[in-house]
Design a protein around this ligand. Structure first.
Ligand SMILES: Cc1cc2nc3c(=O)[nH]c(=O)nc-3n(C[C@H](O)[C@H](O)[C@H](O)COP(=O)(O)OP(=O)(O)OC[C@H]3O[C@@H](n4cnc5c(N)ncnc54)[C@H](O)[C@@H]3O)c2cc1C
Length: 384
């Protein structure tokens, strides 16, 4: 076990108090390594507190638990947003994690003697440590495409990150842009919550899967196949989708040409059906082409048509937002993704770990848990 008692060494700093950061801190403390979580907001689990009301995990309770504490059975198989927050709060208490809230780390630099990482943090603080875990989240900064005419659009435009429930949109004509899991679920929520008209703008048709089939969760299949050759998985998925999903071509959602696993490798996770298929089939969600631009009160679509929804909700994803924090250290690729991940670090940046910046088919929470254990093991070995 590594001896990193407070008197002998600085703690490992973990940046971010979401599931990734909490899991890493717990795994480190389990190995006797003091970890301090720095969280910019006033509480842990901020991203989950801010998600929309109807959100439930798409991954199962059992396969979403973090190291050292199962998610209570009473939360059900598909855990709701509030219960995820409750679980994470409990997690902090259970592992007696050291959390410092209200501290944002804006930049990480190497110390002049090349032995430590120096964090530039809120209030002029500059804590330092040879080991830092960056866990600021895959969904860090809402991404709103720079559509021509966007600034002069006279309708209401919001990012899905600010959507909570359908109440403000009752009786209104809404366009949801983007058909990832979030866009798909918000469209269904709007239909069920009484929006007058719901259109869904689709640029790339998604793969759509059942969350579970005869009790078998899609996540479990994802875990089983993730190391198999891409082509074999693509082929099997094509057959499975044809058998389990109706053909929605005449409703504007043909089956994708590119294989499911090929898409996953490119960063696009399949959509898990929580009502979209039925809503599209019955015409309650109308699929329209992608948004091309805005023209005052009109939205111009890729086929040239112009529509006038009252509200546009952009479910257009997030940026990792790591450039300011570590962009100057040569640890990011040209798409802003960390080159090292989990237990692995770069030779040029020893002790600088990243967790939570991939979007795996096997479930992110599960991968965060695995990463946390591996990071802790590596830190224990290298600092012993
Ligand atoms: C809508 C939605 C549904 C999802 N559903 C599932 C699911 O069903 N199953 C699954 O496995 N995964 C799911 N995920 C993916 C993933 O599990 C979650 O996004 C999870 O919260 C990721 O944890 P994280 O700790 O990496 O990031 P986050 O939860 O985003 O936490 C990052 C934390 O870091 C803090 N922070 C950011 N920058 C700084 C800084 N500079 N200084 C200090 N603190 C900072 C933030 O305030 C935040 O608290 C979902 C994601 C979304 C968006």
């Amino acid at each position: 076990m590594a001896d990193r008692s407070p008197e002998k060494s600085s703690p490992v700093y973990v940046i971010g108090g979401g599931p990734g950061g909490l899991a890493a801190a717990a795994a480190l403390s389990h190995r006797g390594i003091r970890a301090v979580v720095l969280e910019k907001s006033d509480a842990v689990a901020t991203s989950w507190r801010n998600h929309y009301d109807r959100l439930h995990l798409h991954t199962t309770r059992r396969l979403s638990a973090l190291p050292g504490l199962p998610i209570p059975r009473s939360y059900g198989r598909w855990v709701g947003r509030d219960d995820v927050v409750r679980y994470l709060e409990r997690y902090v208490e259970h592992h007696r994690l050291e959390i410092v809230t209200g501290v944002e780390v804006s930049r990480i630099d190497r110390s002049p003697d090349d032995t430590e990482w120096v964090l530039r943090a809120t209030g002029g603080r500059a804590p330092s440590s040879p080991v830092v875990v960056v866990a600021t989240g895959f969904n860090h900064t809402p991404r709103l495409p720079d559509w021509p005419g966007r600034a002069d659009y006279t309708g209401e435009l919001l990012h899905a990150a600010h959507y909570r429930n359908a109440r403000p949109f009752e009786g209104r004509d809404v366009l949801v842009v983007g058909v990832g899991n979030t866009g798909a679920e918000i469209a269904v929520d709007l239909v069920e919550g009484g929006a007058a008209r719901v259109r869904l703008a689709v640029r790339t048709v998604p793969h759509i899967l059942r969350r579970s089939t005869a009790g078998w969760p899609a996540q479990a299949t994802g875990i089983m196949v993730r190391r198999l050759p891409r082509r074999a998985v693509d082929r099997a998925a094509r057959v499975m989708c044809r058998l389990s999903m109706p053909d929605l071509t005449e409703h504007g959602l043909p089956r994708p040409d590119t294989g499911l696993y090929t898409r996953v490798r490119e960063g696009a996770i399949p959509v898990q059906d929580v009502g979209l298929v039925d809503a599209v089939r019955t015409g309650r969600v109308e699929v329209v082409p992608a948004v091309d631009s805005f023209d005052l009160d009109k939205v111009v679509l890729a086929d040239g048509s112009r529509i006038s929804p009252e509200v546009v909700i952009a479910a257009t994803g997030y940026r990792r937002g790591l450039e300011e924090l570590v962009g100057h250290l040569g640890v990011l690729d040209d798409r802003g993704r960390p080159l090292p991940h989990g237990r692995r670090t770069l030779k040029s940046a020893p002790g600088l770990h990243f967790t939570g910046y991939t979007n795996p088919i096997s479930g992110m929470l599960r991968e965060l848990a695995i990463d946390a254990r591996k990071i802790a093991k590596t830190v224990a070995r290298t600092t012993a």
